[in-house]
Design a protein around this ligand. Structure first.
Ligand code: TTP
Ligand code: MG
Length: 389
């Protein structure tokens, strides 16, 4: 039976929320990210409204560059609690349509509606209703792709942004994929792409009609790739917390090699991530350190624990271990970040792997949570933490 897979991606997510909450921002170039400081700011753009995109502003662009392209833009710092709240609300709407949901990021998810769409008048009508419900519940628009495979649904949702709905019917899948560049195929790395291009295979359609000899040259993957190009992609929508994560980073005012400043920032970030995880009711197993050196070289180092945690001291300890092992030579540090992924609900017991002293830790964290709730997030930092994040 053909599957009906939906990919939903919110439009200009952070910026759209700011425009919703302050109608005077509607129709204006709104840029969310680091403080531009009149063009001397050092962070990056998180996202921007479609009005700002006309100026060439994009996610992850240095904020100074955004300022150059769009000095008349309205620059706002991100307000993550609002975005997380909207994300949770959207997830609730998804559950009105199917239990088979894979959240990919804060504003993006796959839904398998194969078994449920008959309740809502069929797959296309389900997508229309889903868009209307998201709008009704959050005041935000999203773009939706409907296709028999995840990959095609994801590509489709991106084609008519914003507020789009693109349908790839089962019989149209191969034709939909054919003109796409081979780099769009999931799981096809740059080396394989290079090998294909050198044989004159540039589009998915060309790969789909490649002969056995060309495929053999690709080794054991050849046959799999051809199947993928023909639209055979059995990957399922899997409920997972794995790809969700909570992270924060800071860009230093000036590139620094001050060990104390770097370590204090890492501890403060660990603290903040711990606090956001607890607010969201999550804990996670993978702790990731991100470092950007002068000149923009960026590195990540991760450790996966045998247990999930949201405790600031454990996250901080892992981050310090990762940092100690990182060799930055003489280069100065521009940015550091802390992220926890592989999330699961905080209440879930993992039995054997819980660390000793958890009861004590839980008590201490609860006390900190309570004070923060009363006095706001900036009220407490652990010893060694840094205030101005
Ligand atoms: P995206 O879905 O990539 O972007 P978007 O929703 O802002 O715009 P689009 O209409 O093109 O989907 O990312 C979702 C949110 O994640 C985005 O609003 C802000 C955040 N984000 C960052 O903070 N940094 C980044 O580099 C990117 C790509 C996104
Ligand atoms: Mg989006």
């Amino acid at each position: 039976m053909d599957r009906s897979i939906v990919h939903v991606d919110m439009d200009a997510f952070f910026a759209a929320i700011e425009q919703r909450d302050d109608p005077s921002l509607k129709g204006k170039p709104v840029i969310i990210g680091a403080d531009p400081k009149g063009g001397r700011g050092r962070g990056v753009v998180s996202t921007c409204s479609y009005e700002a995109r006309k100026f060439g502003v994009r996610s992850a662009m240095p904020i100074s560059e955004a300022w150059r392209r769009c000095p008349e833009g309205i620059y706002l710092a991100p307000a993550f609690h609002k975005y997380e709240e909207a994300s949770a609300r959207i997830r609730e709407v998804f559950y009105e349509f199917t239990p088979d949901i894979e959240q990919v990021s804060i504003d993006e998810a796959f839904l398998d509606i194969t078994r449920s769409s008959h309740l809502f008048g069929g797959p296309i009508e389900t997508c229309r209703r889903l868009k209307a419900r998201v709008k009704e519940a959050t005041g935000l628009t999203c773009s939706v792709g409907l296709a028999p495979t995840k990959m095609a649904a994801k590509i489709a949702s991106d084609l008519k942004k914003p507020d789009g709905l693109v349908v790839v019917p089962p019989g149209g899948l191969v034709a939909f994929l054919a003109p796409l560049d081979i780099s769009k195929l999931w799981g096809l790395g740059p080396k394989t792409a290079e090998a294909l291009r050198s044989r004159g295979i540039n589009t998915v359609g060309e790969l789909a009609s490649a002969g056995d000899r060309e495929l053999r040259a690709l080794g054991s993957h050849g046959a799999d790739l051809k199947r993928l190009a023909l639209g055979e992609d059995p990957r399922e929508v899997r409920e997972t917390y794995d790809t969700r994560s909570v992270g924060n980073e800071i860009t230093f005012e000036k590139d620094t090699s001050d060990e104390r400043e770097i370590k204090e920032s890492l501890l403060a970030l660990s603290d903040k991530v711990s606090s956001r995880l607890r607010e969201g009711g999550f804990k996670g197993r993978t702790v990731t350190l991100r470092i950007r050196l002068e000149g923009f070289e960026t590195y990540t180092r991760a450790r996966t624990l045998s247990f999930a945690t949201n405790y600031a001291d454990i996250i901080g300890r892992e981050i310090m271990t990762l940092y100690a092992a990182f060799q930055r030579g003489r280069k100065k540090v521009r940015l550091v970040g802390v992220r926890v992924s592989g999330l699961m609900p905080a209440g879930e017991k993992e039995g054997l792997f819980e660390e000793e002293g958890d009861a004590r830790r839980e008590k201490a964290h609860k006390a900190i949570d309570a004070i923060r709730e009363k006095f706001g997030r900036g009220s407490i930092y652990r010893a060694g933490g840094k205030k101005d994040i």
